[in-house]
Design a protein around this ligand. Structure first.
Ligand SMILES: *Cc1c(COP(=O)(O)O)cnc(C)c1O
Length: 237
């Protein structure tokens, strides 16, 4: 993708988010764009940063660490890890990211809490919920969510910010809103239960369903394709 194209796609993504927020009767700053830069080169991230984008989402640890090193001169860049995370790789996330959107089990939470360096603020975490209840997908079930939240709230080096979900793909705005409405409701219940936690975040909505997610209260929308273009089809380790 050329620089001109990135200028246009990023502006279009910001416009699309602004329109979705206005449509939903929400404040212009109520949701923010997380630019998902997985598989895309550091140079493209640098260009998006130059155009004003600050928050970037990565799925593949090794690739993300390499980009972070290359882009260490960008003072305001904020890195979010949004992919599946093996427990034995937790330290790199604890040391090199500001946010983790895909926390889904107690063991991983305890390791991250132990490994978060003292000189950094607590790691912001979202619990990933298996909202469409697909047996193959990552995420905690709605049934097990309160117990996991209780563990995470008590860990001093983690800040429980909210919930994340990747619903099964569906067509049509109303059908797309349904799982996001359930996620919003789940966050509301956690707020009642844990009033001491800063539960202000719903990480939901991607290139295909941003409007549905914003209508249900998304605060981070995670856009990859819409900003950086299509990714190679082959999955990466
Ligand atoms: C890849 C990815 C995205 C971005 O998806 P697009 O369809 O390219 O916008 C968002 N969230 C997660 C967790 C992802 O893995």
């Amino acid at each position: 993708m050329t620089e001109v194209a990135l200028f246009e796609t990023l502006a279009a993504a910001n416009r699309r988010l602004a329109e979705a927020l206005a449509q939903a009767g929400r404040e212009p700053a109520a949701a923010r764009l997380l630019a998902v830069s997985k598989t895309k080169p550091a140079l493209m991230v640098r260009e998006a940063y130059r155009l004003g984008q600050r928050d970037f989402g990565e799925n593949y640890l090794q690739e993300a660490l390499e980009k972070q090193e290359t882009l260490a001169d960008l003072p305001e860049i904020v890195w979010h890890f949004i992919g599946p995370l093996q427990s034995n790789k937790s330290r790199a996330v604890a040391e090199h990211f500001a946010w983790l959107h895909s926390l889904d089990r107690e063991k991983l939470a305890r390791r991250l809490d132990e490994q978060r360096p003292a000189h950094l603020p607590p790691l912001n975490v979202c619990l990933q919920v298996n909202i469409s209840d697909e047996t193959t997908k990552a995420g905690v079930s709605l049934d097990d969510l309160p117990a996991l939240a209780e563990v995470v709230v008590a860990l001093p080096r983690l800040r429980l910010r909210g919930l994340m979900a990747i619903p099964a793909p569906t067509e049509g705005r109303e059908a797309q809103r349904e799982p996001y409405a359930r996620l919003r409701q789940a966050l509301e219940e956690l707020r009642q239960r844990f009033p001491q936690a800063p539960l202000d975040t719903l990480s939901m909505g991607m290139s295909d369903d941003l409007e549905a997610a914003v209508a249900e209260g998304a605060t981070w929308v995670r856009l990859g394709t819409a900003i950086f273009g299509a990714r190679p089809k082959t999955p990466r380790a």
